[in-house]
Design a protein around this ligand. Structure first.
Ligand code: R7I
Ligand code: MG
Ligand code: MG
Length: 323
């Protein structure tokens, strides 16, 4: 193996780990501020740059990371999304203290009671959920399939449909997976050309409402806007439509700087853990795990399925990709 190949592969391993650990870090950083408005965060806390105490303790993760771990485990074991196995793993890993969405709680309960995976999502809403629960966990699908975007879309869709079948819930998950895949393909030493990145996303994004939101993000990126304005324009809510484009914006606005991107995501308020997690996934896929501030990584919980375990999951996914 020549030196150049080794260097490239090493970079890619760090990107796989960056996408997973970026999800974890953003989730943990945002978790204490869930539900607060952008204005309240700005006035009460200023810029969010530290893991603060809340719920299960500073540096702990929520449902976003717990579900991401389940999805990464299934990919590491099967090499692809096996929906029945994914459904079983989401149920097995479930910890009710980690703040699951109401619809996802109902779906997981139905799965546990033996409802088939392709029926269970209707337990949440008639058409299935349009929440961001499928998008927030999708980073492993994005990095593992970054070399084949058609395959990435298929894998994203099937992984989403285990819990979220509403077209907007599925589309949001596909968009976030694509953005993670494209971010992984970018040179970690260069800034991403935002206009080009958004154009590429729009080629794949069929849903008009998401395309409109990406156009809006493009316009907003042209100059500075405060977090409150971004939250009003792009959203900070628990639906996929009102959180995935906002996360892509935060990644691109401060691209090249993991800390600033994720800090911006949390400052939008609202669904802070999830917008933090999705922005962290994008910045981590672009820059690699070494771009995550050491003090943030050090603060993350490290129990049975904690920091070391997620790092190892990133390595296992990378090994699958290499094969
Ligand atoms: O999508 P989901 O797993 O929620 C994820 C969020 C993240 O912020 C996590 O951090 C966690 O806090 O929860 O859970 P769902 O309950 O399926 O979707 C989230 C919310 O979106 C729901 O509780 C509803 O408020 C809303 N929602 C809908 N409302 C009306 N009609 C989702 N789908 C619908 C719908 O079809
Ligand atoms: Mg959460
Ligand atoms: Mg959330």
């Amino acid at each position: 193996m020549n030196i150049k190949k080794y260097t490239l592969d090493k970079t890619l391993l760090l990107k796989f780990q960056g996408a997973l650990m970026g999800t974890f870090t953003g989730d943990a950083l945002g978790m204490p501020f869930e539900g607060l408005s952008a204005g309240k965060i700005a006035r009460g806390f200023g810029r969010i740059e530290d893991m603060v105490e809340a719920r299960l303790g500073a540096g702990t993760y929520t449902d976003d990371t717990e579900m991401m771990i389940g999805l990464a485990e299934i990919l590491a074991e099967h090499g692809h999304v096996q929906p029945q196995a994914l459904a079983g793993r989401l149920v097995y890993n479930f910890n009710g203290d980690r703040g699951y969405g109401g619809g996802s709680l109902k779906v997981l309960r139905a799965l546990k009671e033996g409802v088939p995976w392709d029926q269970a999502p209707k337990a949440a809403f008639a058409e299935g959920s349009m929440g961001n629960g499928a998008a927030m966990r999708i980073a492993p699908v994005g990095v593992l399939n970054h070399h084949d975007l058609e395959q990435l879309e298929k894998e994203a869709e099937i992984s989403a449909k285990v819990t979220h079948t509403h077209p907007l819930g599925v589309e949001g998950a596909k968009l976030q997976a694509l953005a993670v895949g494209l971010a992984a393909k970018e040179d970690s030493k260069e800034r991403v050309d935002s206009a080009r990145f958004l154009e590429e996303l729009k080629i794949y994004t069929k849903e008009t409402s998401f395309n409109n939101a990406l156009n809006c993000a493009d316009r907003l990126l042209a100059r500075y806007h405060d977090p409150e304005t971004i939250a009003n324009e792009l959203g900070n809510e628990v639906t996929a439509l009102r959180s995935v484009p906002a996360s892509i914006y935060c990644f691109l606005k401060f691209n090249g700087d993991f800390k600033k991107s994720v800090s911006e995501a949390v400052s939008l308020g609202g669904d802070t853990d999830t917008i933090g997690a999705m922005t962290g996934a994008l910045a981590g896929a672009h820059l690699g795990v070494n771009a995550i501030p050491a003090e943030w990584l050090d603060a993350l919980e490290n129990g049975e399925k904690g920091r070391d375990y997620v790092m190892e999951l990133g390595r296992r996914l990378y090994k699958i990709w290499e094969q």
